[in-house]
Design a protein around this ligand. Structure first.
Ligand SMILES: [Zn+2]
Length: 310
C-alpha cells in the first residue's frame, strides 16, 4: 500500500502523457524488481538503490519515451535532494539492461561519488552556456560508464547491451566546412571535437563495435587539421583514463575538472555528495571548494543544473 505522503508527492508530479506509468518509493522498487526478472543480482541492486533513496525514488515507464534516462533532481538554495528518477523506455530489446544501466548510475552516488552541481561559464561565452553544460554532463556520463561497465557485465548481462543502438556514422570531413562551424569560436568548437572523440572512444570500450573506433580515428584525422593540438590533447585524455585516479570517490571531482580543462570545457565549481541522515533519509551535502578548485579559477557566470543523462 502506498503511504499518504507518497500520494501527496505523486500529486505534485507532472501528469505525463497517456501511457506513462509513474511509481514512487517502495512501489517503484517493486516494479523495477519485476522488470529485472531473471537477473537476481540486478534485483539485489534495485533493493540497495531503494534502501538508500527510499521515497525519493521515482520510476516512470512508457513506450512514449525515445530513450532511457536517469535524473537526480536537486533544489539548490538550500541544497536538497528532490528525487532520483529513472525513465524507462518500454518496447526495446534491452529493457532489463537499460534499467540496470540507470540503477548503476544511481548506485555510484551511494558509493560516495559526488555529483557536479554548478558550472562556471567564463565570460564572454555565456551565450554558449547550454552547449557547455551539455558537454559537462556528457563527460560525467561517459566517466560513469567507465566506472559501471564491468559491474554491468558482473550482473549477468551481455556486454553488447550496456549501451543502446549507436548513431549513424558521421562524416567528419564535412565538419571542416565553414557552414558546420557556423561562426562557433574555437573556444567552443575545439571542445566539440574532443567530445566527439571521447564518446566514440568510449562506445568502443563499452561493448560497441569496430565502427566506433573508426569514428574516433576520423575525429582525430580531420579534427587535427583544424586544431593541430588535438592529437596531444587526446593522447593526454587517454593517459588520464589509463591512470584511473577518477575511480577513487575522493579524487573524482578534482580529476573530472582536470579532464574538462584538458578538453577546454568549463569546470564544475560546485559539487555535492549524497549521504544518509540520522533519520535514514538521503541528504545532499556540498563539498568544500578546496577539494576541487584551483586558486586561479576565474570570473564567470554560475549555472545550476540537475544531473541526469543516459
Ligand atoms: Zn548511462
Amino acid at each position: 500500500m502506498i503511504s499518504p505522503s507518497l500520494e501527496n508527492r505523486k500529486a505534485e508530479l507532472p501528469l505525463g502523457r497517456p501511457g506513462d506509468r509513474i511509481f514512487l518509493g517502495v512501489e517503484a522498487q517493486h516494479k523495477i524488481f519485476q522488470r529485472l526478472s531473471g537477473f537476481p543480482l540486478a534485483q539485489q541492486l534495485s533493493r540497495e538503490v531503494y534502501d538508500f533513496y527510499g521515497n525519493h525514488l521515482v520510476y516512470i515507464e512508457s513506450t512514449n519515451f525515445s530513450s532511457t534516462i536517469f535524473t537526480l533532481r536537486l533544489h539548490h538554495q538550500p541544497l536538497l535532494l528532490k528525487s532520483a528518477e529513472i525513465q524507462l523506455q518500454l518496447g526495446t530489446n534491452r529493457t532489463a539492461e537499460a534499467l540496470a544501466h540507470e540503477l548503476l548510475h544511481l548506485h555510484l552516488f551511494i558509493l560516495g561519488f559526488p555529483l557536479g552541481e554548478i558550472v562556471q561559464i567564463p565570460f564572454p561565452f555565456d551565450h554558449y552556456a547550454q552547449e557547455f553544460l551539455g558537454m559537462c554532463h556528457w563527460v560525467l556520463n561517459l566517466i560513469q560508464h567507465e566506472l559501471n561497465y564491468q559491474s554491468f557485465v558482473a550482473l549477468g548481462f551481455d556486454k553488447n547491451h550496456f549501451l543502446g543502438r549507436s548513431d549513424d556514422p558521421i562524416d567528419y570531413r564535412k565538419r571542416l566546412s565553414p557552414e558546420y562551424q557556423n561562426g562557433y569560436p574555437a573556444q567552443v568548437d575545439f571542445p566539440r571535437w574532443c567530445m566527439d572523440y571521447l564518446r566514440h572512444f568510449f562506445v568502443a570500450r563499452h561493448g560497441g563495435d569496430e565502427n566506433s573506433l573508426d569514428q574516433a580515428q576520423d575525429v582525430l584525422t580531420w579534427g587535427s587539421r583544424l586544431y593541430p593540438q588535438l592529437r596531444q590533447v587526446i593522447a593526454e585524455i587517454r593517459k588520464w583514463f589509463e591512470i584511473g585516479a577518477f575511480k577513487v570517490p575522493s579524487q573524482y571531482p578534482n580529476q573530472v575538472n582536470f579532464l574538462l580543462e584538458l578538453m577546454g570545457i568549463p569546470k564544475f565549481i560546485g559539487w555535492a555528495r549524497l549521504e544518509l541522515s540520522y533519520q535514514k533519509t538521503p541528504v545532499a551535502v556540498r563539498l568544500e571548494p578546496k577539494l576541487f578548485l584551483t586558486p586561479e579559477c576565474g570570473r564567470g557566470g554560475h549555472w545550476e543544473t540537475p544531473l541526469g543523462t543516459h
